[in-house]
Design a protein around this ligand. Sequence first.
Ligand SMILES: *Cc1c(COP(=O)(O)O)cnc(C)c1O
Length: 417
Amino acid sequence: MAYHGAVLQVEDVALSQLAAEHGTPLFVYSKASMLAALAAYQRGFAGRHAQICYAMKANSSLGVLQVFASAGCGFDIVSGGELERVLAAGGDAAKIIFSGVGKTRGEMRQALQAGIGCFNVESEAELDVLSAVAESLALRAPISIRVNPNVDPKTHPYISTGLKDNKFGVAHEDALRIYQHAASLKGLQVVGIDCHIGSQITDATPYLDAMDRVLDLVASIEASGIALTHIDFGGGLGINYNNDTPPAADALWAQLLRKLDERGFGHKKLMIEPGRSLVGNAGVCVTEVLYVKPGELKNFCIIDAAMNDLPRPAMYQAFHAIVPLLANPTDTPEARYDVVGPICESGDWIGRDRTLAVKSGDQLAVLSAGAYCMSMSSNYNTRSRAVELLVDRATVHVIRERESTADQMRLERLVAL
Ligand SMILES: *Cc1c(COP(=O)(O)O)cnc(C)c1O
């Protein structure tokens, strides 16, 4: 998105026009921006045997999945529901990998019957269950085991999922033994290894460190007689929310591939599971200023989007830039505001201490809202989910209609009291 003159546009379409037609709050995604983010990875892997699996929990709307499916992407799923979405969007089952610490037997059956590419197993107990489920279907489940590289948290404090004290994956020290256990199970076929060290990572160093640790394991697992066809390095590459400077995907992979080649693993099939970096900066949430409420200590800018639409600030104290749809100079004075939603929670804020020149009825765009916004949205306060639009140059596709209160109540039943 960019200003054309004073008008904020997504591709060739003015956001103010979309807000007038579809109302607010409103999510707008740029197809070109998603494909450009994907292209950076594709350039990085040019000439390699690689599979990009979009981690769809970042944004699981069908129209978004269609964009990636038609670009040849695979998908990283974390539930049976996500599997159904991929298949409904035309995704290729063979390019699906299934992550998550708590897969149920039912989800395992569903994924085995669909013929997914690989289960990323996260515990020894899960191996036994998956093997039994596969045997009961007379199938063999292709698996990789998610290992925790335990990259030093002192140098990289923002890494949150590759450490010893979290629920994900198996410990580096236990990995070889657990691989041997997996290889002994009749319902399993060991095909790979995987890791995922965290999210919103803005530095190449933890990836390089994690790769070293994983390659050490690949060497010892293969020395024990278990062949690994692929190495999956997970997702986690950050995006620019607030002057963040993550490496570009192709530059990052140039460094990682150099290390892979130096260590003699350049021939392996590579897999990655990017989520945020494919969709985060492709989306905005358009919202209207309902009220401006000056206060003794703070001024509040009350908007019609809330923590049910944009949960990241409330959940993670995350920063989203907030900009006007029309950057015309106005006679409205600038002031510092906490930008908040209508929900009855003090945690319902979208931005703090923002300098804005706003009055009631003005429209704002919350930027970098393509990832972990709609997919984390809720109906709290009986607020209906927003509309989602996919913009492709001058063409606008509605990919999700605005939810109604009737939609929300559809599965509820009044009882005879
Ligand atoms: C969430 C997740 C991803 C994607 O993370 P991003 O930070 O969005 O790239 C990839 N792999 C696994 C296992 C995940 O849980």
